[in-house]
Design a protein around this ligand. Structure first.
Ligand code: 6PG
Length: 222
């Protein structure tokens, strides 16, 4: 695992964009496709914006969602809505290249449907992950247990609203060539320290077939 500390959130976003494009170049040269899992939350927004503004040819890209909140289809708080508005729409990428999690169906039905989508997509080329203030990542929260044989899991009683979600499992996330964490802001300092010193937070349990890079700004790293 590489911890890469950068000065500002803008520097993190710029580096994230570069890392994604390098992963894409490698994957496209190998298979003609680039399968990326997008992170939820607000931290990735600037990286998505920079990606949309880059003169990238997105035609071979496939966008998956690492976790989704159980909200109505067009709800502004859905993670796929953020990715669609800041990245896909801004870059003119057809919605057919996005594989959203149908959480409007509820956690069980959505997780079951996405299980098949992920099974046929694996392995991923790149998985983007955020970090919560309690050390969660995607919708894998401290103290929650999940079935070991699933790729996509229903989540209940999430401490971060809404309480019902769907998340990729540790096993699904593991099957990626590259995993990029993006972590910014002093609010994440405690979670980063716990991660580094005890390894007990969910983010610390993320493993990868390839490499893991944690892109972090100085405010979160102190
Ligand atoms: C969500 C995400 C969650 C997020 C972290 C960080 O639904 O919010 O899945 O895991 O990545 O909580 O969120 P911020 O980037 O907004 O701090």
């Amino acid at each position: 695992m590489d911890w890469i500390t950068l000065n500002t959130p803008e520097d993190v976003a710029k580096r994230c964009c570069i890392e994604i494009q390098q992963c894409a170049e490698k994957a496209l040269a190998k298979t003609g496709k680039f399968k990326i899992v997008l992170a939820g939350g607000s931290t990735p927004s600037l990286a998505y914006k920079l990606l949309a503004e880059s003169n990238t040819d997105f035609s071979g890209w496939e966008f998956y969602i690492g976790d989704e909140r159980c909200l109505p289809v067009d709800h502004d708080e859905r993670n796929s809505k953020l990715a669609t508005s800041i990245l896909l729409k801004a870059a003119g990428i057809p919605s057919s290249q996005l594989y959203p999690i149908p959480t409007e169906l509820g956690p069980e039905a959505a997780a079951d449907q996405y299980e098949a989508v992920i099974k046929s997509a694996l392995p991923f080329d790149c998985v983007l992950l955020g970090l919560g203030e309690d050390g969660h990542t995607a919708s894998l929260f401290p103290g929650h247990t999940h079935p070991a044989d699933r790729l996509s899991i229903p989540v209940y009683n999430s401490p971060k609203p809404p309480s019902e979600r769907v998340s990729l499992s540790f096993e699904a996330i593991h099957q990626s060539e590259t995993i990029l964490f993006i972590v910014t802001g002093s609010g994440k300092k405690e979670a980063v320290n716990t991660w580094k010193t005890t390894g007990t937070v969910p983010a610390a349990k993320i493993t990868s077939k390839g490499n893991i890079k944690v892109l972090i700004d100085s405010a979160a790293a102190e």
